[in-house]
Design a protein around this ligand. Structure first.
Ligand code: FAQ
Length: 322
């Protein structure tokens, strides 16, 4: 009679011990390593949500490419929006190293079964909104993603290196664009303030629910996926961004925002978590429009995927025959 060794979460005791040792040693788990099923599931969930955010995130700024105020701004915005598509591709590839199939992940996005960041469900009503997105949204993305470049799963961590370099350029172009607006006419300055007023709170929500309402954080931190909690990263973002708003001469729309000498941090107000939950559940200002545009782009791009697959099949047939 053969005795099969007991497995917990897909791992034998020896495999679990090897996994724990790599995580404790701040090493990297690689695709061929044994890993708990829960770890794999969490990574696929987070990386897919992240990838979906990058490609849906092309829409709000893409909306302004044809209306950019100068050729220089148009070229920069074009490049930035294309960068976001590239980030999506690295991330779908990282998810595939975990056994996921990107076609399934996209199906889940289109069916509303997988999430993407709430921030992209807010409209870009003016040119200043695209600059505020660069400054605030890319700024928040960097704050969250630099620690992810040290996460315990190798392919995800490595994908973050280039993503963060590009996001950092995006953040600076957004800040420079805001600076140009606040140094322009009174109407431009007002447009910049209005963009900050509308994007401040949704940017703080990007870090996720407060720690005491974040079901995934404790386990993700124990696995070395998350290095900081949602609230810690939110605080870091406020600490870095509030002085930037001062420099721009803009007012952050939070009456509770003030420097706290004792804590060595800014105190700030509480985001509207009911609004956050509504947007997560699909009822934000642009949820329907964003998903509809994404589904349409996917359908209209079917011939490109088919052509690329046919070309790849032909090349490999030629290579085999050679
Ligand atoms: N929106 O337990 P937690 C970018 C969900 S990329 C929607 O705290 P977790 C680049 C969460 O999934 C922006 N859903 O979850 C760019 C979970 O749901 P589930 C995206 C949210 O995973 C710039 C539930 O709530 N970045 O901006 C949100 O431990 C400009 C409970 O939450 C990433 O995805 C939200 N804001 O922590 C592109 C970074 N927050 O699945 C274009 C990677 C939470 O249990 C233009 N992701 N939820 O049903 C992460 O770091 C984490 O997933 C968090 C959430 C921190 C977002």
């Amino acid at each position: 009679m053969t005795v099969t060794e007991e497995r917990v979460d897909g791992l034998t005791a020896a495999e679990q011990a090897a996994f724990d040792a790599v995580v404790a040693d701040d090493g990297r788990i690689e695709p061929r390593d044994a890993m708990p099923e829960g770890y794999r599931r969490t990574l696929v969930r987070q990386i897919a949500q992240h990838a979906h955010s990058e490609i849906i995130g092309m829409q709000p700024e893409g909306n302004w490419i044809t209306r950019a105020p100068s050729l220089r701004r148009k070229a920069i915005l074009y490049a930035k929006v294309q960068d976001e598509a590239g980030h999506g591709l690295y991330l779908y590839s990282a998810a595939e190293t975990l056994g996921a199939d990107r076609a399934d992940l996209l199906d889940a996005l289109h069916a509303g079964k997988q999430k993407y960041s709430t921030i992209f469900n807010y409209p870009t009503l003016t040119w200043a909104d695209t600059m505020a997105i660069g400054w605030l949204v890319d700024g928040a993305a960097i704050m969250n993603q630099v620690p992810l470049s040290r996460c315990s799963y190798g392919p995800y961590a490595r994908a973050m290196t280039r993503v963060c370099k590009e996001e950092s350029f995006h953040q600076r172009q957004g800040f420079e664009g805001m600076l140009t607006l606040v140094r322009g006419t009174e109407a431009q300055r007002r447009m910049a303030q209005d963009a900050l007023d509308r994007f401040w709170w949704p940017s703080l929500m990007m870090f996720g629910p407060p720690d005491d309402a974040s079901p995934n954080s404790a386990q993700s931190m124990a696995w070395g996926i998350k290095r900081f909690s949602n609230d810690e990263l939110r605080q870091k973002f406020v600490d870095v961004t509030a002085p930037q708003a001062d420099f721009l001469g803009l007012r952050v729309p939070d009456p509770e925002l003030r420097w706290n000498d004792e804590r060595g941090h800014y105190d700030f107000g509480t985001p509207d978590w009911d609004e956050f939950m509504r947007v997560v559940k699909g009822d934000g200002p642009c949820n329907r429009q964003r998903l509809e545009a994404r589904r349409r782009a996917h359908d209209e791009g079917a011939w490109v995927r088919e052509a690329a697959a046919a070309h790849a099949a032909r090349r490999s047939a030629v290579a085999r025959a050679a």
